[in-house]
Design a protein around this ligand. Structure first.
Ligand SMILES: Cc1ncc(COP(=O)(O)O)c(C=O)c1O
Length: 472
């Protein structure tokens, strides 16, 4: 699609709509001439260009970052020109309806039999809402989440005045159900947070096993699928991008789930979502409106949200995107599948240890479960791994011919030793390299990325890091 055409289309459509109302003159205090704007716009765009990494490009294989789909941009812009607020129907009639429809599509994606949900400004706020309801339902009880869960769970639990208990993980960074059972047996936990796709490594907690343990102990389950949620579209898929279905199918029997359309849903930032399987939890949001609003067709979304103002434009962008790329297997699922295949391909190259120009320079840290690939430069000690990872990150970005962008992940010595016991633990932990392959274009880029990063790792070694050592 031609983005410029649809940006113009958005502006034209809203101008046409505005022209249906009585004309008025804009206040002089607001006037800015094209010349005035031209005077600062070049500086503005220069700063944007100079101060950003190329998140749009497959050479950027670092953090969870990419631009929104152009459809979302056009949808966001059109709605933003009206600037509806989805707090109350008065402030955002059309976009509140769009929000309910898009949220219903998310609920269907997870197979929820019933739901109460809404968009939020982020995954953090969406999780806060789930933990808030958890606290209201189990006053005085803690939440339990894994050592690998997103850091904001402990922070939000602190904010809510409830304890957060950390549960040990297995050798792949997933909650250990036996360790969870031991924690729950103490009777201090009201809700377990399962992470369907951890931020660091993309590990999928065994939601189905967690659910069984938790239900036996009378404990609720919230699923943080902020990053991983859309991968449910690959559950049980027959081709190699397919995922084990059990953890994903179990989500529909959990109590709440969070997913971030601003991660794998092709949306601009400002778009998280929380969904509860029991719509009656809406009672905990009761403020100055009667409870009956929650079952009426005329639900004001502010009545079931901790936040007050929320961008109607975020709902509009998601709704428009879902019309063209629905959260279904052959819609958005194809986008997710390409990233997953990219991760599988790269991990196969890393596991084979055969960068064409630099054999064995990079080692796979652990097999990817979603689209995050973790790896580290060949070295004999943890402090060497750390230094080499930092160097590859820096040298990759500094490459004058064609920079390549990755990210680092700090892991503990214990976590490292569980995966690679042969490397001497001379430090408490180390940075390793991490690439989130969330752009479907990464699929064709992987051999090139592997070769260039292998060469950068070899080049650093060539500058005095000592001889390459074989990783056992
Ligand atoms: C699993 C998980 N939970 C929560 C969050 C926080 O989401 P946000 O950055 O949208 O606040 C993230 C962010 O990466 C995440 O990966």
């Amino acid at each position: 699609m031609d983005l410029k055409r649809w940006l113009d289309g958005a502006a034209t459509a809203i101008a046409d709509w505005q022209a249906g109302f009585a004309p008025f003159t804009a206040h002089p205090s607001l006037q800015v001439s094209d010349e005035q704007l031209a005077g600062v716009f070049a500086e503005f765009t220069d700063r944007l260009g100079a101060g950003n990494y190329p998140y749009f490009h497959p050479d950027y294989a670092g953090q969870m970052l990419k631009p929104p789909h152009p459809v979302a941009v056009a949808g966001y812009l059109a709605a933003m020109l009206i600037n509806p607020n989805n707090h109350a129907l008065d402030g955002g009639r059309a976009t509140s309806e769009m929000e309910k429809e898009a949220v219903a599509q998310l609920a269907a994606m997870f197979g929820l039999p019933a739901h109460l949900g809404h968009l939020t400004s982020s995954g953090t706020i969406a999780n806060l809402e789930a933990l808030y309801v958890a606290r209201e339902l189990s006053p005085g009880l803690a939440i339990a989440c894994s050592e690998e869960a997103h850091y904001t769970h402990a922070r939000m639990a602190g904010l809510l005045g409830i304890p957060a208990v950390k549960v040990a993980v297995d050798e792949r960074g997933r909650i250990d159900p036996a360790a969870l059972d031991e924690v729950l047996a103490r009777g201090e936990v009201g809700t377990v947070v399962a992470t369907a796709g951890t931020t660091g490594l993309g590990a999928i907690d065994p939601v189905h096993e967690i659910l069984a343990v938790a239900r036996r102990r009378g404990v609720r389950v919230h699923v943080d699928a902020a990053y991983g949620g859309f991968f449910t579209l690959l559950a049980g898929r027959a081709d190699r991008s397919g995922l084990e279905p059990e953890p994903w199918r179990a989500i529909s029997a959990c109590d709440s789930v969070v997913v971030d359309p601003h991660k794998h849903g092709l949306q601009p930032y400002g778009c998280g979502a929380v969904l509860f399987t029991d719509p009656s939890v809406g009672r905990f949001y009761l403020h100055d409106s009667p409870y009956t609003y929650f079952t009426s067709d005329e639900l004001h979304l502010g009545e079931i949200s901790l936040e007050c103002s929320r961008a109607g434009a975020a709902a509009a962008a998601l709704w428009l995107t879902f019309r063209l790329l629905p959260p279904e297997r052959d819609g958005l699922g194809e986008v997710l599948a390409a990233g997953r295949r990219a991760a599988l391909d790269w991990s196969a190259l890393l596991a084979a240890g055969d960068g064409p120009l630099a054999p064995g320079q990079l080692t796979l840290y652990q097999p990817p479960e979603l689209d995050i690939v973790s790896y580290f430069p060949a070295a004999g000690t943890l402090s060497e791994v750390d230094a080499a990872s930092a160097r590859v990150l820096a040298d990759g970005m500094a490459d004058p011919e064609r920079p390549v962008f990755v990210s680092t992940l700090r892991v503990t010595a214990e976590a490292f030793a569980r995966r690679h016991p042969g490397i001497s633990a001379d430090a408490a932990g180390a940075r390793i390299l991490r690439s989130v392959l969330m752009k479907p274009e990464s699929e064709t880029q992987v051999p090139l990325l592997h070769e260039r990063l292998g060469r950068i790792a070899a080049g650093w070694r060539g500058r005095g890091a000592g001889p390459a050592r074989q990783i056992p």
